[in-house]
Ligand binder design. Structure first.
Ligand SMILES: [Zn+2]
Ligand SMILES: [Zn+2]
Length: 254
């Protein structure tokens, strides 16, 4: 999925020539439905002589990825250029202007990241909030301690995860826009099975609906291909409370 505004994409899927011009890849994990497009992406950028892509990944994935990319270089008889960076979970990485991103570990069967895009904002300190606009404007000239810096989570992308990614991370629950995996929606694949494979079941989202109060828009992704679109839509309508259903959009394959 790409976010053109920030010149980045989350995962590379199976690869597509449409992704070639996106210079930044935030890779969640190594499962092939998320990462098999990486060599193709890098190779296409090299072919078009575009600058080396910045690729971020879970630290455990760095060595195996370098090995596989080196093998592709040998196969292609061409040294591909790329900038692979194991993520530092304590770091805020700059995007543009006042926007940054950070990685949050997810709960999956393999090392896996979710990513949060944050905006740095300046907020008026509590003790000055009672003042009128002109007074604040005047004080701004006199002192530089009227505001404090706050980080507002704007977009979160979960990659593959169990529901704990939401329940254990306030930064995720505070995100304006949340892309959350929801692999299973019906009883034929029960919650225990979803959890065994490191995924989220719609029943868990419904059971933990309160965790999504502050999210302004919830996009559900990564539905199992076993489900028809009308089955997914009907399950969302039936299982989610109305207030949550209204702000939820399923990402469906046409
Ligand atoms: Zn996975
Ligand atoms: Zn997956």
């Amino acid at each position: 999925m790409t976010v053109p505004q920030f010149k980045l994409m989350f995962d590379a899927g199976r690869g597509s020539s449409k992704l070639t011009e996106v210079p930044r890849l935030l890779l969640t994990h190594g499962h092939l439905d998320h990462s098999s497009g990486v060599p193709y992406f890098i190779s296409q950028r090299c072919l078009r002589r575009l600058p080396a892509a910045d690729i971020f990944c879970p630290p455990e994935l760095e060595d195996p990825l370098r090995k596989i990319l080196q093998l592709w270089c040998e196969i292609e008889h061409y040294q591909m250029d790329y900038n692979l960076q194991p993520i530092d979970y304590d770091q805020l990485y700059p995007l543009q202007g006042s926007f940054f991103f950070k990685a949050v570990r997810t709960v999956h069967r393999v090392p896996s990241n979710g990513y949060v895009i944050l905006e740095k904002t300046r907020k008026l300190k509590e003790e000055f909030k009672h003042l009128a606009g002109p007074e604040i404007a005047r004080l701004k000239h006199e002192r530089d301690d009227l505001f404090y810096e706050a980080l507002r989570p704007t977009i979160t992308f979960s990659g593959d995860t169990q529901i704990e990614f939401v329940l254990e991370n306030e930064i995720v629950r505070q995100s304006k826009i949340l892309f959350l995996e929801c692999t299973y929606v019906s009883e034929d694949r029960p919650v225990e099975r979803a959890r065994k494979w490191g995924h989220t079941h719609l029943d868990e989202i419904a059971a933990n609906a309160e965790a999504f109060r502050d999210v302004e828009h919830l996009f559900l992704i990564h539905f199992s291909p076993r489900y028809r679109n009308d089955v997914i839509r009907a399950a969302l309508r039936k299982k989610l409370p109305d207030w949550l259903h209204e702000k939820t959009t399923p990402f469906l394959l046409s």
